[in-house]
Design a protein around this ligand. Structure first.
Ligand SMILES: [Ca+2]
Ligand SMILES: [Ca+2]
Length: 594
C-alpha cells in the first residue's frame, strides 16, 4: 500500500513535468493498488441533525432526538458569506428528503480546512436520499454517503467552489438516455478549485456522467462512472492538475474519458486560457463497453494516460483518439474579446470554431483488449492531421495534435492483423508500430464477464505497467425498495377473566420512535390514562407494554397503536403508516392482581 501511495504522490508532484516516471512493473504488480484520499482531518464541529420524518424545524438540532425536519433549516443555520469560526456537520438521518425541504441554491458557506462544512448520511452510505443539489460559492465542503437523484438539469452541480470532497456518494440521473429524458450531466463542476471525488457511483446523463469545466486541482478516484450518451467523463475548459485513477468507466456513447473537448471561451478562468486540459494523469482505470473510444485527448498539454485497461471499446470507429479540442464564443462577446486580449486561445465571434492543439501527450503501457468478434469499426487510433487556425485566435500555426506525442509500450488486441493503424504520418506510424505490441500478443483478463478486468497472471504485461488496474471499486448499491412496514399485537383472549396489563406488538422489521404516547387505551369511548405503563424492547422489533392499569372493570377495551405523528420509522426512514389495534371484553370486574 505504502509503495503505491508513494507512486501516487510522485505522480501528483510530477504532473508539472513532461514525462511520467515509471516504476518496475513487477514491483507494482505485487503492491496493493492504493488510491489517494482527501484528508478532512479532525476539526471541531458543531452538529446539526436532520430527520425528515420525526424532526421539527423549531428544535435545537444538536442531537438526533432534537433534530430539525428540513435540510433547508439546517443549511440556514450555517452562517452565510463569512468565514466560519467553527466547522459544521449536518447529519442526515436515513430517509427521503423531499425537494420542498431542500435549499434551491446552496450558496456561500465559507468553511476552511480547520472549520469545514460536512453534510453526511448519519445512518450509512446511500440512506439519505436527496433531490438535485446546486451548490455555489462554497469552500471546504464535504458530502459523505449521500444518495442524490434527479430527472432533469444536473443532478449534483458545483460552481465557483473550492475544496469540495464528495465521498461514498451515489449521483444518479433518472430517465432514458435514448430520448434525452435524463439530466444533461450527473455531476458537473465548473470554475472550481480543488475538487475531490472518491468512491462514488455517478451515472445517468445524455451528455456526461462527470463534466469538469475550468476545474483546477483535484482527483477522481475509486468511482464508477457510467451510463452517458457522450463521453462518460471529460475535464475541459482549462481544467488542470487532476488525477483520475482507479475508476471504472462504462456504458457510454462517444467514449470513456477524454482530456479536453470543446468550450466557450467565456467560461474559462485565468490563467488557464489556452489548452482545454493541462497536467492530467489518467491511470489504472478500467474502461469497458463504450461505443466510441476508450480514451482520448482533445486539446491537452502534458497529459499522461498510462496503465489502463480498455475492454470492448471503439465499435463506432477507433479505440484511442488524439485530436483537437475546440474553442467557441457562446455569446458573451465582450468577455471573449477581453480574454483574447490577455492571450487566450479562441474567438469572440459566435459560430467560429478554433482548433485547440495538443502538446506533450503520453499514452503508455495501456492494454486494449477487444475479444474475438468485437472490433473497432475503422481503425486502432484516430490522430488528427495539422490544421490552420483562424487569424486572431492566438493559436500557434499550424495547430498540431501530435506535438511531443508519445505512444509507447501499449498492448493492443483489436480485430484482424491488418486492421488500419489510423495514423497518416508515415514516420509516426512506423514509430507506433515499432514501440507498441499491436495484434501480436493477446492480453488475458481475470474474468471480464464477471467484471474483473485485472490482467491475469499468464497475460503479457506492458513494460512500465503500474500495477494491475484496480478491480471495479466496491460501491454501495442503491437501497432496494422495501415492503410496507407493518405491525401486529400478540393475541389477547377475547374475554379474559383477569385484567390485561401487558401487551406485545411486533413490527415487520426494526423501527425506532416507539413511545408510550403512540398508544391509546380506551374502555368504550373513554380514553384511559397509560400513566405508569412502560414500553420496552430488546430488538427494536418486538415491544412490550407493561404496567397498564384501569383494565379491571367490566367493559369493551381497545389498545390502539397510532401511525400518524408517532415518529415511528424503520432504518431507511420509511414511516409506520397503518394503525393496529388489540380488542377484548371484560365480562365482569376482576381484581388487578390475581
Ligand atoms: Ca457536457
Ligand atoms: Ca413515538
Amino acid at each position: 500500500m505504502a509503495a503505491t501511495d508513494a507512486v501516487f504522490s510522485r505522480v501528483r508532484r510530477r504532473t508539472e513535468a513532461v514525462q511520467f516516471e515509471r516504476l518496475d512493473g513487477r514491483l507494482c504488480l505485487a503492491a496493493e493498488p492504493g488510491l489517494p484520499a482527501y484528508d478532512v482531518g479532525t476539526p471541531l464541529l458543531n452538529e446539526i441533525w436532520v430527520d425528515p420524518a420525526a424532526g421539527d424545524d423549531s428544535a435545537g438540532g444538536a442531537t438526533r432526538s432534537a433534530a430539525v425536519r428540513t435540510v433547508a433549516e439546517a443549511w440556514r443555520r450555517v452562517p452565510v458569506g463569512v468565514p466560519l469560526a467553527t466547522g459544521v456537520r449536518i447529519n442526515l438521518v436515513a430517509g427521503t428528503y423531499p425537494e420542498s425541504g431542500v435549499p434551491h441554491y446552496w450558496e456561500r458557506r465559507l468553511g476552511s480546512a480547520s472549520a469545514p462544512v460536512i453534510i453526511r448520511a448519519a445512518d450509512g452510505a446511500a440512506t439519505a436520499r436527496l433531490p438535485a443539489l446546486n451548490i455555489f460559492g462554497c469552500t471546504h465542503l464535504v458530502l459523505d454517503g449521500l444518495d442524490v437523484s434527479a430527472r432533469g438539469g444536473d443532478v449534483l452541480h458545483f460552481e465557483a467552489c473550492t475544496h469540495v470532497l464528495v465521498r461514498n456518494t451515489t449521483v444518479r440521473g433518472l430517465g432514458t438516455i435514448a430520448d434525452y429524458a435524463v439530466p444533461q450531466e450527473a455531476l458537473k463542476a465548473n470554475q472550481c478549485r480543488h475538487i475531490y471525488i472518491e468512491n462514488c457511483d455517478i451515472s445517468g446523463a445524455w451528455d456526461n456522467a462527470v463534466d469538469f469545466v475550468a476545474v483546477q486541482d483535484g482527483h477522481v478516484v475509486g468511482s464508477r462512472i457510467h451510463r452517458a450518451g457522450d463521453w462518460a467523463m471529460y475535464v475541459k475548459g482549462g481544467s488542470a492538475g487532476i488525477l483520475v485513477a482507479g475508476n471504472e468507466f462504462f456504458d457510454a456513447g462517444t467514449g470513456g474519458f477524454t482530456a479536453g473537448q470543446g468550450t466557450g471561451l467565456e467560461w474559462m478562468t485565468a490563467p488557464w486560457l489556452t489548452y482545454e486540459a493541462e497536467n492530467i494523469v489518467f491511470t489504472r482505470n478500467v474502461i469497458h463497453d463504450t461505443e466510441g473510444a476508450g480514451v482520448g485527448v482533445n486539446g491537452g498539454r502534458n497529459i499522461t494516460i498510462t496503465s489502463n485497461v480498455m475492454y470492448k471499446v471503439g465499435a463506432r470507429s477507433h479505440v484511442i483518439e488524439v485530436g483537437f479540442g475546440s474553442r467557441s464564443c457562446d455569446g458573451d462577446r465582450a468577455r471573449c474579446a477581453a480574454l483574447l486580449a490577455q492571450g487566450a486561445w479562441g474567438t469572440d465571434v459566435v459560430g467560429v470554431d478554433v482548433p485547440i492543439p495538443n502538446d506533450g501527450v503520453t499514452i503508455a503501457s495501456n492494454v486494449v483488449f477487444n475479444p474475438d468478434g468485437y472490433v473497432s469499426r475503422w481503425q486502432h487510433f484516430a490522430l488528427a492531421a495539422p490544421r490552420i487556425p483562424p487569424a486572431g485566435s492566438n493559436v500557434p500555426v499550424p495547430a498540431r495534435a501530435d506535438l511531443n506525442l508519445s505512444i509507447v509500450d501499449n498492448i493492443v488486441w483489436n480485430g484482424p492483423a491488418d486492421h488500419s493503424l489510423g495514423i497518416e504520418s508515415p514516420d509516426l506510424a512506423a514509430t507506433v508500430l515499432a514501440r507498441n505490441t499491436i495484434n501480436a500478443a493477446r492480453p488475458v483478463l481475470v474474468d471480464p464477464a464477471g467484471a474483473d478486468y485485472r490482467l491475469a497472471a499468464n497475460s503479457p504485461v506492458p513494460p512500465g505497467w503500474l500495477g494491475t488496474p484496480v478491480a471495479p471499486p466496491v460501491v454501495v448499491p442503491p437501497p432496494a425498495p422495501l415492503p410496507r412496514l407493518t405491525a401486529a399485537f400478540a393475541t389477547i383472549a377475547a374475554a379474559p377473566t383477569r385484567a390485561v396489563t401487558t401487551f406485545t406488538v411486533t413490527f415487520s422489521r426494526a423501527v425506532r420512535g416507539v413511545t408510550l404516547d403512540d398508544f391509546t387505551l380506551r374502555r368504550g369511548r373513554v380514553v384511559l390514562s397509560l400513566r405508569g405503563a412502560r414500553v420496552q424492547t430488546t430488538d427494536n422489533r418486538t415491544f412490550t407494554i407493561t404496567g397498564v392499569r384501569g383494565t379491571n372493570l367490566a367493559g369493551s377495551y381497545t389498545l390502539t397503536l397510532r401511525a400518524a405523528r408517532t415518529g415511528i420509522v424503520d432504518a431507511a426512514g420509511l414511516p409506520f403508516a397503518s394503525p393496529v389495534q388489540a380488542a377484548w371484553r371484560m365480562a365482569r370486574w376482576a381484581p388487578l392482581r390475581a
